[in-house]
Design a protein around this ligand. Structure first.
Ligand code: HAM
Length: 416
């Protein structure tokens, strides 16, 4: 029997799990204020859902998918991201018939066979949001506003929100050719990955992280110079709205993203403190994807936040050890019974209460109470039962109150 989890996966334990829950509820509250509704899709899809949308020549599809044949010989894949599944569901359930604009959010596990390192896992979690049915850059700006407000309510207002536009299928081929022409004479010096990308997906050379490729792209053509007038106007209005809404951003003309479905707006939120895996949120527009799934022409835009990376940024500040309010020590059978009754009465009133289940001497129970971090200890022994008064000790101040039995629950529940 092995007692090791699968490489690249992790258990989320308390007190981290409380930070996760805080992040999830804060995000849900924010999204709902902006008119988003939750969608839950399965963690697995037919493989084509991802290959056709994310792109055959992307890292995700080429190297990172958990794909297997089910017992009926159908190729199934654990979702590597959320957007493709949401689009599949949008088309399958004809969500466009419900209202012309649909705003959906989701949260849950995603799976990519990547080399695990800090901030990069094989099972990781995303909180994402997608808007369907609006091409106007107001949507792009509003999504970034919603996101920056969420981040600042998490205490993360200093992050760098980088934006770009990668044009549309009409203007991108010319840019792709310009990129190829630029790198043709430098081909032998590119990393082997980028040499391959030169043929299959040359735009990806623009965001390769190896120092040599970074150096080689100095002076490379800038995508913004190759946008057609419609895409250029879309981008200009997008950035104007960002300024209007006071959303801080910076321009990163190398931001091409690793998924093929994007059109026009792309963006990433970068946290300097996270090391190599520093993208906390990423997203963009994908105006052609719904149609590719067989749905009506429907522009769309969204993002996904990496939960592990966001938690890494906020956990220090938010982590709270899960300590009980009250610990009850009990000596002797009748004291133990009384302790059980009181504990259940206190918990019913919302007071977190712990007991020394296995008994032991008063000294050892007091030690356990101390280690539990409880704010108060209630002491019940034969002597106290005889006197009918029970000491409640404040563990921080060491002050002690003597309470008659019938006042214990009310007294504790009313404590500030
Ligand atoms: P993505 O850039 O592949 O985009 O992932 C979004 C975020 O998920 C990343 O910025 C990162 O925070 C987190 N992430 C990705 N891979 C890992 C990993 N292996 N371990 C930990 N965190 C990871 C998408 O997935 C798009 N679906 C985003 C989107 C939504 N675009 C439009 N709508």
């Amino acid at each position: 029997m092995t007692s090791r989890g699968v490489k690249g996966t992790q258990d989320i334990l308390s007190p981290d799990v409380e930070v996760w829950r805080f992040l999830e509820t804060t995000a849900a509250r924010h999204f709902e204020t902006y008119g988003f509704r939750e969608i839950r899709t399965p963690v697995m899809e037919y493989t084509q859902v991802f290959t056709r949308s994310i792109g055959e020549t992307t890292d995700i599809v080429e190297k990172e998918m958990y794909t297997f044949l089910d017992k009926g010989d159908r190729s199934v894949t654990l979702r590597p991201e959320g957007t493709a599944s949401v689009v599949r569901s949008y088309v399958q359930n004809a969500l466009h018939t419900r209202s012309p604009v649909q705003k959906l959010y989701y949260m849950g596990p995603m799976f990519r066979y990547e080399r695990p390192q800090a901030g990069r896992y094989r099972q990781f979690h995303q909180i994402g949001a997608e808007v369907f049915g609006a091409a106007d850059p107001k949507v792009d700006a509003e999504i970034l506003l919603m996101l920056t407000e969420l981040l600042s309510s998490l205490g993360l207002s200093e992050l760098d929100c980088q934006v770009n536009s990668i044009g549309c299928p009409a203007c991108r081929p010319a840019f792709r050719e310009a990129v190829r022409n630029f790198f043709r004479s430098r081909l032998a010096e590119l990393c082997t990955e980028c040499q391959r990308r030169f043929d299959t997906n040359p735009l990806r050379i623009m965001d390769c992280k190896t120092p040599k490729c970074r150096e080689l792209r100095t002076g490379a053509p800038a995508v913004l110079d190759h946008l057609d007038p419609e895409c250029r106007s879309h981008f200009d209005r997008f950035t104007r709205y960002l300024e209007l809404l006071h959303v801080p951003f910076s321009l990163n003309t190398n931001l091409v993203r690793g998924l093929d479905y994007y059109t026009r707006t792309t963006f990433e939120v970068i946290a300097a403190g996270l090391g190599a895996q520093n993208a906390v949120v990423a997203g963009g527009r994908y105006d052609g994807l719904v149609e590719e799934f067989g749905g009506p022409k429907t522009p769309a835009m969204g993002f996904a936040m990496g939960v592990e990376r966001t938690v890494a940024l906020i956990r220090e500040r938010l982590i709270k050890e899960n300590t009980p309010r009250v610990f009850i020590t009990a000596l002797g059978p009748s004291a133990e019974e009384m302790a059980m009754e009181l504990a259940s009465g206190l918990r019913r009133r919302g007071v977190s209460t712990e007991l020394a289940y296995d008994g032991g001497s008063l000294k050892s129970q007091m030690k356990r109470a101390d280690r539990s971090g409880a704010e108060y200890v209630l002491i019940i022994g034969d002597e106290e039962i005889e006197r009918g008064r029970f000491p409640l000790r404040n563990m921080a101040t060491k002050e002690q109150a003597e309470l008659p039995r019938d006042q214990i629950v009310d007294h504790i529940a009313a404590l500030p």
